[in-house]
Design a protein around this ligand. Structure first.
Ligand code: FE
Length: 338
């Protein structure tokens, strides 16, 4: 072969290389799905050229899938809601540690661990029926166990992550003995056996079936934004209380995610996580479910959140919340909070 011909072949193969090079992708397993997510993902692709393949399913289904796929999983990033659930994924050894200057700078230290990051926040708040309970009597989570509220308290199952995470915060602040007494007092105050989701509790408070209930802030914000007459009626009948404003602050939970240990596209995965902490992505991510951004400088103009006003938040570390789930479950079991 003449040298020029060899050079031509080499050149041809170099030119042809990009066609064989793998297209950059992030394979996302997500347990969250909101309308604003479309813009969230397409903006990332526009900015970086990295395509996102999404698999959206229920939390348990995705965890099962990740476990079955094992080392061969195509998943790069796992997104879900609640520190309890992220903690469960971490306990299964699914995440890889991520060190990112961007994530460390933008996300407050209490809203991240070395393996997963919060991208939006929600609060667990108290709703009261003014006609049956004096709002002054339920200014704190602790008050829900006060015998004054006997037969008035409605709340969903104690096994639900939202209540386990709240319990983890209570346990951290009070220690086991006080926490156990609180759970017992709370159960003694139940208006009915736990059933339904947070919205059901809000409706039951409005209807007078319960005097007071716990609900995540986005359910309240959603009702406050609703144009349906029946929702307006519900919100006219309830008062929303920001708990523990003179003490620890309102219990906050999060939506978040991390990079999987088996991720085949680690560089793109980290880029995606960093993108989620960017100004525009923070707004999409938070607005998708009427939540607050985690990046302090990012402000949203969500009217539902505006109606809820300003508040003091508990700044306990999300990793610490996640780590106490099993202990809290035992305390709730002993108290009879099914
Ligand atoms: Fe929810």
């Amino acid at each position: 072969m003449r040298p020029t011909k060899i050079a031509a072949i080499v050149l041809a193969s170099l030119v042809a290389l990009p066609a064989f090079a793998q297209e950059k992708v992030v394979n996302l397993y997500s347990a969250r799905h909101y309308q604003t997510d479309e813009a969230l993902y397409s903006d990332f692709t526009k900015q970086t050229g990295i395509k996102i393949n999404r698999i959206e399913a229920g939390e348990n289904e995705l965890l099962e899938r990740l476990r079955n796929e094992g080392a061969y999983s195509p998943a790069d990033v796992f997104l879900t809601v609640d520190a309890a659930r992220l903690g469960r994924a971490q306990a299964l050894g699914l995440f890889a540690p991520v060190t990112s200057k961007i994530l460390n700078e933008r996300i407050p230290a209490h809203l991240r661990t070395d393996q997963w990051f919060s991208f939006s926040q929600r609060a667990r708040i108290i709703v009261v029926n003014k006609a049956s309970v004096n709002p002054a009597d339920v200014q704190n989570y602790e008050d829900l166990a006060n015998p004054k509220l006997k037969g008035k308290v409605c709340v969903r199952s104690g096994a639900h992550p939202y209540n386990l995470s709240l319990g983890a915060a209570m346990l951290s602040h009070h220690g086991e003995q006080k926490m156990q007494a609180w759970a017992k007092g709370l159960v003694a105050n139940f208006a009915r056996a736990p059933k339904g989701g947070d919205t059901d509790q809000i409706k039951a408070v409005a209807a007078g079936e319960c005097g007071v209930a716990l609900a995540n802030s986005y359910y309240v914000a959603r009702m406050l934004r609703s144009t349906k007459p029946e929702d307006k009626q519900v919100m006219d009948n309830v008062t929303v209380i920001w708990p523990n404003q003179k003490t620890t602050g309102a219990h906050m939970n999060i939506s978040g995610g991390g990079m999987l240990k088996t991720s085949p596209n680690k560089e793109s995965a980290v880029k995606f996580l960093e993108y989620l902490a960017s100004n525009q992505a923070q707004i999409y991510f938070a607005d998708g479910n009427n939540e607050w951004p985690v990046v302090a400088s990012v402000k949203t103009s969500n009217p539902g959140l505006g109606a809820l006003g300003n508040f003091k938040a508990d700044t306990i570390n999300v990793g610490a919340l996640a780590a106490k789930q099993a202990e809290v479950q035992k305390i709730y079991d002993r108290a009879g909070w099914r």
